[in-house]
Design a protein around this ligand. Structure first.
Ligand code: F6P
Length: 507
């Protein structure tokens, strides 16, 4: 049900005066108020939200909405393992995976991690033969996290080369197979449900590839990462190589569980443990720091302000660091699958905008492609910039200097704009951005960045009253595809029927 009190505050928020960013910076205390550096296990991270339209007045009303929606109570319910995923009757216990949560859930996660560590260490020590590569097969939440972490953290080399394969398009698996020697390759099948069509089809083909290429016991090369261990065993995976995780860990929140196996394989256990620690430090910030000083809550407040009050339909994320090139993809699933909903947790209609569309790319490339619209288009698009102080390469420092100066220049230009008599050359300015600047990019920093975004997404959901932990919107298309594949589907619309006939598939 719509919360009447919260609605009154939303209305008041919409009616507030709208000073420009330039006006807001007339307050000499602004930078100190909206720019915070957290000392985290991977090194400091600076969160600069000063170039957004947040102000004490805006925050006060958002704070009142938070109180009306019991944000703190919902946060505590999340952390304490209450069944906040009401539509699926489950808790959402990803924080327990990093040691923050209900005691029994933390203990269970630790026991499962210990089992995973044993297998990872055994493979690294050569107890399962010579393993040089791992093909990690999964999709959505079972692939995007591993792909991001491995791309971000192993550019200088990995203990085992990991290839993440998600798409059902055989080109994806073929590329991974072409890069690997079947006799020294293991296959990880990552699927929470162990039923996902793409993953199971790719897994079957990978197994065929092993057996067709001289591997006597292909099943002996397979590890399963799943919340449905019985299904993995039924499929043929040896019980000793099934790494389970709890049903209460959602797919897009599962990187911390055994879905992180490829990350541990690539980095070594120590690196994976640091990744968890970095995330846990953000959990503690979320729990311990007052809402008014909380960087997570502040980011979510700005997100809500732009989506609800300024009608921004998208938000953009640009990583000014090649190593974080996959972060926008990761955040797309996290934010859009979590908060792209049209009903509240109780099933009643959501009468305001749901999550904005998350999109983005990597700087400086994006500057030469899409930034035109950010600066002069008619849409208002809040932008996040992410950058890292220490470069990820050994080339001339001039590369990094230019990279960072461009990152900061874009935020400055979006805000300042530039007047011109010539309309085509005028920049309206007053366009918001936030900047996250990490000292260093390492497992702990990446863990912190991801956990920051998880909780930011959660705060938005709590403030709107939606359940961010289900994803029923993905089911209808899957069901229709199955009908087509099994020949059970008939009587589609004329366009679909014609497409099926033209491609020569179905019925
Ligand atoms: O179809 C969407 C989805 O269920 C995601 O939520 C999930 O991360 C992905 O598919 C993969 O699911 P599974 O891990 O069960 O294979």
């Amino acid at each position: 049900m719509i919360d009447a009190q919260a609605e009154l505050f939303w209305t008041a928020l919409a009616g507030l005066p709208r000073p420009t960013l330039k006006d807001l910076f007339a307050d000499p205390a602004r930078l100190a108020r909206y720019c915070a550096t957290l000392d985290l296990p991977g090194g400091p991270i600076l969160f600069d939200w000063s170039k957004t339209h947040l102000s004490p007045e805006v925050e006060a009303l958002l704070g009142s909405i938070a109180a009306a929606m019991d944000l703190e109570g919902r946060r505590d319910a999340l952390i304490n393992g209450e069944k906040i995923n009401n539509t699926e009757g489950r808790a959402a216990e990803h924080t327990a995976q990093r040691g923050v949560g209900k005691d029994t859930s933390v203990e269970e996660a630790e026991a499962l991690h210990a089992r995973m560590k044993m297998l990872v260490d055994a493979i690294h020590e050569g107890l399962l033969g010579d393993v040089k590569s791992l093909i990690h097969i999964g999709i959505g939440g079972s692939a995007l996290g591993p792909a991001l972490a491995i791309d971000a953290l192993t550019r200088d080399g990995a203990k085992v080369a990991v290839h993440v394969v998600s798409n059902i398009d055989g080109c994806a698996l073929e590329a991974a197979m072409n890069a690997c020697d079947p006799t020294t390759t293991m296959i990880a099948i990552a699927s929470k449900t162990f039923t996902t069509t793409e993953t199971m089809t790719n897994a079957r083909s990978a197994l065929d590839w092993l057996s067709e290429n001289g591997v006597d016991d292909p099943y002996g090369r397979v590890v399963a990462l799943t919340a449905a261990p019985e299904k993995a065993v039924e499929w043929g995976v040896d019980e000793t190589r099934v790494l389970p995780f709890s049903e209460t860990v959602g797919g897009r929140y599962s990187l911390w569980s055994s879905i992180g196996f490829p990350v541990a394989m690539a980095l070594g256990w120590q690196g994976f443990a640091e990744f968890l620690d970095g995330a846990a430090a953000i959990d503690r910030h979320f729990i311990d720091v007052d809402l008014a000083e909380n960087v997570i809550v502040r980011a979510a407040f700005a997100d809500l302000y732009y989506a609800q009050v300024r009608a921004c339909q998208t938000r953009a994320v640009f990583a000014y660091d090649e190593r974080l090139a996959l972060l926008p993809d990761y955040l797309q699933q996290l934010e859009m699958e979590s908060n792209g909903k049209r009903v509240l947790a109780d099933g009643s209609p959501l009468t305001r905008a749901s999550a904005p569309i998350t999109w983005g790319g990597v700087g400086t490339d994006a500057q030469h492609a899409v930034f035109q619209l950010l600066h002069q288009g008619t849409h208002l698009i809040p932008v996040d910039f992410l950058a890292v102080k220490v470069p990820g390469h050994d080339l001339d420092p001039v590369h990094h200097q230019i990279l960072l100066s461009n990152c900061f220049a874009q935020g400055a230009a979006l805000m300042a704009g530039k007047a011109s008599e010539d309309g085509a050359r005028a920049y309206p300015g007053d366009r918001p951005s936030a900047t996250i600047l990490c000292d260093d990019l390492n497992p702990a920093t990446l863990g912190a960045l991801i956990a920051f975004h998880e909780h930011r997404t959660f705060v938005s959901a709590a403030m709107l009253g939606i359940n961010p932990f289900d994803q029923f919107g993905v089911e209808l298309g899957k069901a229709i595809a199955k009908q087509i594949d099994t020949g059970a589907g008939e009587g589609f619309d004329p366009s679909t029927e014609a497409l099926l006939a033209a491609a020569g598939i179905g019925g």
